[in-house]
Design a protein. Structure first.
Length: 314
């Protein structure tokens, strides 16, 4: 892991990126402008149901297109995000990843449903992409509302064994109600939770909020703490858990915490086909808050942008 400006290449064959409604959607792209050339782009168009978020999303999308037109030499392929059918996205992604050598993936605004598909396809073709992720300046408490359904990811469906007990590994963040709903619905025999620990002052402040919000879940589970900025440490922990428990338990993984942990989760699941990865889809992306509460959706501002080399164990 490094800050973006220290490691970026001069040229990429393919950029994979998603529009979004958060300010930080533009973080990585604005730093890339004027520093690198890109041959082709696959751009995921995310469309939230909430009108206010769609307006923010459209503004970001237009700005992204302005930046991309100045730095792209080939095609800018846009694909509408349909969480009920990822077929077109996966087919397009597969074709372009297969024929690209130098790949850059901006994971900042992808939903985990699509992010796992990207990582799976990249790993399947033995590619070594650079991955960038932009932090916000600050998170708000205006996160998702409710749990619509739990999706078994088609890239990582696992191999269920009815003779085994169920172990759920859950990465926690601030969305405690969604996390608790998943645990209640699955009712695992063993729950192992992860939360972040860091010597980084900004992230440690956010971690303290996670620990406070998720106190009940943390107290009722076996708990591990890892750094979001060092995902290969997470991969090592997952391998240790697998060695200790896979003979007795079916293992499923849910990430409701930091998005960069998906890097470790995908690589781990790619190595163990019996691992099942779940995506808990919320009813709404934001909550209905009172006038005196911060209504900014999910986060505000643009913080640091980090670059990860993938796969983690390359």
């Amino acid at each position: 892991m490094s800050l973006l400006e220290n490691q970026i290449k001069n040229n990429y064959d393919l950029l994979i990126i998603s529009a979004g409604f958060e300010d930080r959607t533009l973080g990585g792209l604005e730093q890339l402008s004027g520093k690198t050339r890109i041959k082709n782009v696959i751009m995921n168009l995310f469309h939230p149901d909430e009108l206010e978020l769609e307006i923010k999303n459209k503004v970001n999308q237009n700005r992204m297109m302005e930046i991309l037109k100045e730095m792209v030499d080939g095609e800018i392929i846009t694909i509408d995000n349909d969480p009920n059918s990822t077929k077109r996205f996966n087919e397009t992604l597969n074709a372009y990843v297969k024929n690209s050598e130098h790949i850059l993936i901006d994971i900042t605004s992808f939903t985990r449903l699509f992010l796992y598909s990207i990582l799976n396809i990249s790993l399947s073709h033995n590619k070594h992409p650079d991955v960038i992720y932009s932090e916000p300046q600050e998170y708000t408490m205006n996160f998702s509302q409710g749990l619509e359904k739990i999706i078994i990811l088609p890239n990582y469906p696992g191999i269920p064994d009815q003779s085994k007990k169920v172990l759920m590994i859950m990465f926690l963040g601030w969305e405690v109600r969604r996390a608790e709903s998943v645990v209640e619905e699955f009712d695992p025999d063993l729950l192992i939770t992860f939360h972040e620990t860091s010597n980084d002052g900004v992230r440690e402040k956010w971690n303290q909020t996670t620990v406070k919000q998720c106190k009940k879940l943390l107290e009722s589970s076996e708990t591990h703490s890892v750094s979001t900025l060092i995902p290969h440490e997470t991969l090592k922990k997952l391998e240790e858990i697998y060695e200790n428990h896979h003979n007795e338990y079916d293992i499923c993984i849910v990430n409701i915490g930091p998005k960069s942990q998906c890097l470790a989760i995908a690589e781990f699941a790619q190595s163990h086909e019996e691992i099942q990865v779940l995506y808990p889809k919320p009813y709404k992306w934001t909550q209905e808050l009172s006038e005196n509460e911060n209504n900014e959706p999910v986060s505000s501002g643009v913080g640091r942008t980090f670059l990860f080399q993938y796969p983690l164990n390359r």
